[in-house]
Design a protein around this ligand. Structure first.
Ligand SMILES: *Cc1c(COP(=O)(O)O)cnc(C)c1O
Length: 388
């Protein structure tokens, strides 16, 4: 049996390439507070993400906190979000003294359904915090129409869609602001880190103050800010990792094709929907198990894969409305019952990174196909995964 295979693996630069950066940091003694590497990384990210304003943060959660703060929403007002996300999304709303309100997801993209969002709007609603999940992009036009119709701010949690585009437009340029996470599990990582992007250059100063205690100069504090700064060592790792993202994305795109091939024709398994016009970030590979058709449940698959040392993840199970603090909160939907309740017990993310090799895919294939006695043999379709 091979070594444990996890769902994510941190992309790391060559240590030899990091050394000159470390020497420079040690030589200058500038280790944080908007240092030279920090500024270079921000400019590089603006270029890479195609946005006029990208501001670095020490993690995605603090970036979410600040993005919400930036909107100046009325205290105790309601922010509509999805239950199918990481805990940080509703927590950032709550930490701002706001109330998360959960709407249902679209069955095809698994992102917020604009019709359900509209149904969840009350006189207290001030904003929508939508999440592009797994690599699926939200209905950006539909959500913007709802926001405009009701005078709401629209923020995106873009932790899963680094570098995605929609009909050629960069993902970070939609809504009033987008938030990225550069945590180790994300396609582009600085070990811990994040960013806010905006299409509005004018947000730069406001975000800058919110990120650094509101300090304008030695004499003036102009805002109730927080400490959201990224340090220079992380920026060095970011600059090096940014050069590796394209290659990693293409490895994952090949892996996506192998997985699609592996699962083709298997009844009861739905592979990820290829959204027209969307350049996929290749953050996650998620599948949906229909237990009646497939004959086994998502949890069966999870356990069977684990026995083979393949650690798939049930992202995002439990959903946010299953967590203690939000338990029993209603999910507003246009259906009889919220679709998200069905998906949470059916979704599974497979290991998705450059460490997934043909032998792994073969082992997984055997688990998926075991009832039918058929399974994929390493042939042409896997040849591209062979690396020297
Ligand atoms: C990773 C993640 C975050 C926040 O991440 P940090 O670990 O704080 O950088 C927020 N939302 C989603 C959907 C995520 O996957």
């Amino acid at each position: 049996m091979f070594e444990p295979l996890y769902v994510a693996k941190a992309l790391l630069p060559d240590l030899d390439d990091l050394q000159p950066y470390l020497q420079q940091i040690w030589k200058t003694g500038t280790v944080s507070n908007n240092g030279p590497l920090h500024q270079t990384l921000e400019r590089s990210l603006e270029e890479y993400l195609g946005v006029p304003c990208a501001m670095l943060f020490n993690n995605g959660t603090v970036a979410l906190l600040v993005a919400l703060k930036l909107m100046n929403l009325a205290q105790q007002s309601e922010v509509i979000t999805t239950p199918l996300t990481f805990a940080a999304t509703p927590h950032a709303i709550s930490w701002n003294g706001l109330k998360p309100v959960f709407a249902d997801i679209d069955p095809t993209t698994l992102t917020l359904d604009p019709a359900s969002v509209e149904k969840a709007i009350s006189p207290k609603t001030s904003a929508i915090l939508a999440v592009h999940v797994y690599g699926s992009v939200c209905d950006v036009d539909g959500l913007q129409r709802v926001a405009d119709r009701h005078g709401l701010r629209l923020i995106y949690d873009a932790a899963h869609v680094f570098g995605s585009t929609v009909n050629g437009l960069p993902i970070g340029a939609f809504g009033d602001a987008s938030v990225f996470s550069f945590h180790a599990t994300k396609l582009f990582n600085t070990m811990e880190g994040g960013a806010i992007t905006s299409r509005n250059q004018a947000d730069r100063d406001a975000i800058y103050y919110l990120r650094n205690f509101g300090i304008k100069n030695e004499e003036e504090v102009v805002e109730i800010g927080i400490n959201g700064k990224m340090n220079e060592v992380q920026c060095a790792i970011g600059l090096l990792n940014l050069k590796m993202v394209v290659a990693e994305r293409s490895v994952r795109a090949h892996l996506r094709r192998s997985y699609n091939e592996m699962l083709k024709g298997l009844p009861g398994i739905r592979t990820p929907y290829a959204q027209p016009g969307v350049l996929n970030s290749e953050q996650y590979y998620h599948l949906i198990v229909d237990p009646t058709e497939f004959g086994r449940t998502r949890d069966d698959l999870y356990v069977e894969l684990k026995l083979k040392n393949v650690f798939a993840r049930k992202y995002f199970h439990p959903i946010c409305t299953d967590f203690g603090p939000y338990k029993g909160w209603p999910v507003h939907t246009t259906r009889e019952t919220p679709y998200v309740e069905e998906v949470k017990s059916r979704v599974l993310c497979l290991p998705f990174h450059n460490g997934v090799l043909p032998q792994h895919v073969e082992e997984m294939s055997a688990v998926f196909w075991r009832e039918t006695g058929r399974h994929l043999h390493p042939g042409d379709s896997l040849a591209h995964l062979e690396r020297g």
